[in-house]
Ligand binder design. Structure first.
Ligand SMILES: [Cu+2]
Length: 151
Protein backbone atom coordinates (compact mmCIF):
# COMPACT_ATOMS: atom_id res chain seq x y z
CA UNK A 1 0.00 0.00 0.00
CA UNK A 2 2.77 2.36 0.96
CA UNK A 3 4.57 1.70 -2.31
CA UNK A 4 1.49 2.59 -4.34
CA UNK A 5 1.19 5.94 -2.59
CA UNK A 6 4.87 6.75 -3.14
CA UNK A 7 4.63 5.87 -6.82
CA UNK A 8 1.52 8.01 -7.09
CA UNK A 9 3.39 10.94 -5.61
CA UNK A 10 6.22 10.53 -8.08
CA UNK A 11 3.82 10.34 -11.00
CA UNK A 12 2.10 13.46 -9.71
CA UNK A 13 5.41 15.25 -9.38
CA UNK A 14 6.14 14.50 -13.00
CA UNK A 15 2.70 15.69 -13.96
CA UNK A 16 1.41 12.41 -15.26
CA UNK A 17 -0.84 9.76 -13.85
CA UNK A 18 -0.64 6.06 -14.57
CA UNK A 19 -1.80 5.05 -18.01
CA UNK A 20 -4.17 2.11 -18.10
CA UNK A 21 -6.18 1.68 -14.90
CA UNK A 22 -7.78 4.45 -12.87
CA UNK A 23 -5.16 6.25 -10.85
CA UNK A 24 -5.22 8.42 -7.80
CA UNK A 25 -3.01 11.47 -7.73
CA UNK A 26 -2.28 13.52 -4.63
CA UNK A 27 -2.06 17.29 -4.52
CA UNK A 28 -0.92 18.93 -1.31
CA UNK A 29 -2.09 22.25 0.07
CA UNK A 30 0.99 23.87 1.54
CA UNK A 31 2.07 27.06 3.29
CA UNK A 32 5.44 26.61 1.67
CA UNK A 33 6.44 24.41 -1.25
CA UNK A 34 9.23 24.22 -3.77
CA UNK A 35 7.51 26.87 -5.92
CA UNK A 36 7.06 29.35 -3.07
CA UNK A 37 4.56 30.13 -0.32
CA UNK A 38 0.85 29.25 -0.42
CA UNK A 39 0.88 26.60 -3.10
CA UNK A 40 -0.78 23.49 -4.40
CA UNK A 41 1.87 20.90 -5.07
CA UNK A 42 2.07 19.77 -7.76
CA UNK A 43 0.00 22.63 -9.19
CA UNK A 44 -0.39 20.92 -12.55
CA UNK A 45 -1.49 17.32 -12.85
CA UNK A 46 -2.49 15.42 -15.94
CA UNK A 47 -4.82 12.48 -15.51
CA UNK A 48 -7.04 10.26 -17.59
CA UNK A 49 -10.83 10.36 -17.48
CA UNK A 50 -11.98 8.31 -14.49
CA UNK A 51 -8.91 9.12 -12.43
CA UNK A 52 -9.09 10.64 -8.99
CA UNK A 53 -7.29 13.59 -7.51
CA UNK A 54 -7.02 13.85 -3.76
CA UNK A 55 -6.37 17.32 -2.37
CA UNK A 56 -4.67 16.95 0.98
CA UNK A 57 -4.80 19.63 3.65
CA UNK A 58 -1.21 19.25 4.83
CA UNK A 59 -1.14 22.77 6.23
CA UNK A 60 -4.03 24.63 7.82
CA UNK A 61 -6.07 27.47 6.38
CA UNK A 62 -6.51 26.26 2.82
CA UNK A 63 -9.33 24.93 0.72
CA UNK A 64 -9.80 23.94 -2.87
CA UNK A 65 -12.58 25.02 -5.18
CA UNK A 66 -13.05 25.05 -8.92
CA UNK A 67 -13.02 28.31 -10.85
CA UNK A 68 -16.28 28.71 -12.80
CA UNK A 69 -14.62 30.13 -15.90
CA UNK A 70 -12.15 27.24 -16.05
CA UNK A 71 -14.37 24.21 -16.35
CA UNK A 72 -14.98 22.12 -19.44
CA UNK A 73 -18.51 21.82 -20.76
CA UNK A 74 -20.33 19.33 -18.57
CA UNK A 75 -17.49 19.31 -16.05
CA UNK A 76 -18.64 19.37 -12.45
CA UNK A 77 -17.75 22.23 -10.15
CA UNK A 78 -16.28 21.34 -6.76
CA UNK A 79 -15.83 23.13 -3.46
CA UNK A 80 -13.92 21.90 -0.45
CA UNK A 81 -14.01 23.23 3.08
CA UNK A 82 -11.04 24.96 4.67
CA UNK A 83 -8.73 22.45 6.40
CA UNK A 84 -10.47 19.52 4.75
CA UNK A 85 -9.31 16.96 2.27
CA UNK A 86 -11.26 16.72 -0.95
CA UNK A 87 -11.29 13.79 -3.34
CA UNK A 88 -12.59 14.33 -6.86
CA UNK A 89 -13.00 11.82 -9.64
CA UNK A 90 -12.72 13.49 -13.03
CA UNK A 91 -14.85 11.86 -15.71
CA UNK A 92 -15.09 14.63 -18.29
CA UNK A 93 -12.02 15.53 -20.31
CA UNK A 94 -10.79 19.09 -20.09
CA UNK A 95 -8.89 21.70 -18.18
CA UNK A 96 -10.11 22.32 -14.63
CA UNK A 97 -8.72 25.40 -12.92
CA UNK A 98 -9.08 25.66 -9.17
CA UNK A 99 -8.12 27.97 -6.34
CA UNK A 100 -7.69 28.21 -2.62
CA UNK A 101 -10.25 30.85 -1.77
CA UNK A 102 -8.29 32.57 1.04
CA UNK A 103 -5.10 32.74 -1.05
CA UNK A 104 -6.42 33.18 -4.59
CA UNK A 105 -4.81 36.63 -4.93
CA UNK A 106 -1.54 35.23 -3.61
CA UNK A 107 -1.44 32.84 -6.52
CA UNK A 108 -2.58 29.70 -4.74
CA UNK A 109 -4.18 28.05 -7.74
CA UNK A 110 -3.76 24.87 -9.70
CA UNK A 111 -4.94 22.94 -12.69
CA UNK A 112 -6.09 19.42 -13.38
CA UNK A 113 -5.94 18.40 -17.02
CA UNK A 114 -8.06 15.40 -17.86
CA UNK A 115 -7.41 13.51 -21.08
CA UNK A 116 -7.37 15.65 -24.22
CA UNK A 117 -8.65 19.07 -23.17
CA UNK A 118 -10.93 20.93 -25.59
CA UNK A 119 -11.37 24.02 -23.42
CA UNK A 120 -7.74 25.13 -23.09
CA UNK A 121 -8.24 28.45 -24.92
CA UNK A 122 -11.36 29.26 -22.97
CA UNK A 123 -9.66 28.42 -19.66
CA UNK A 124 -6.66 30.52 -20.67
CA UNK A 125 -8.92 33.51 -21.28
CA UNK A 126 -10.21 33.50 -17.70
CA UNK A 127 -9.20 36.48 -15.59
CA UNK A 128 -7.69 36.26 -12.11
CA UNK A 129 -6.71 38.53 -9.25
CA UNK A 130 -3.15 39.33 -8.19
CA UNK A 131 -0.53 36.63 -8.50
CA UNK A 132 -2.99 33.98 -9.67
CA UNK A 133 -2.71 35.42 -13.16
CA UNK A 134 1.02 34.70 -13.28
CA UNK A 135 0.65 31.26 -11.70
CA UNK A 136 -1.84 30.22 -14.37
CA UNK A 137 0.36 31.62 -17.16
CA UNK A 138 3.19 29.44 -15.84
CA UNK A 139 0.92 26.39 -15.63
CA UNK A 140 -0.33 26.83 -19.20
CA UNK A 141 3.28 27.07 -20.38
CA UNK A 142 4.07 23.86 -18.53
CA UNK A 143 1.03 22.19 -20.05
CA UNK A 144 2.05 23.23 -23.56
CA UNK A 145 5.53 21.83 -22.90
CA UNK A 146 4.17 18.42 -21.84
CA UNK A 147 1.87 18.31 -24.88
CA UNK A 148 4.76 19.04 -27.23
CA UNK A 149 6.92 16.44 -25.50
CA UNK A 150 4.19 13.81 -25.87
CA UNK A 151 4.02 14.18 -29.65
CU1 LIG B 1 -4.51 28.62 0.70
Amino acid sequence: MRKVIVLGAIAAALGFAGAASAAEVEVKMLNKGTEGVMVFEPALVKVNPGDTVKFIAVDKGHNVESIETMLPEGGKAFVGKVNEELTITFDKAGVYGYKCKPHYGMGMVGMVVVGEPANTDQAKAATHPGKAKQTFATLFDKLAATQTAAK
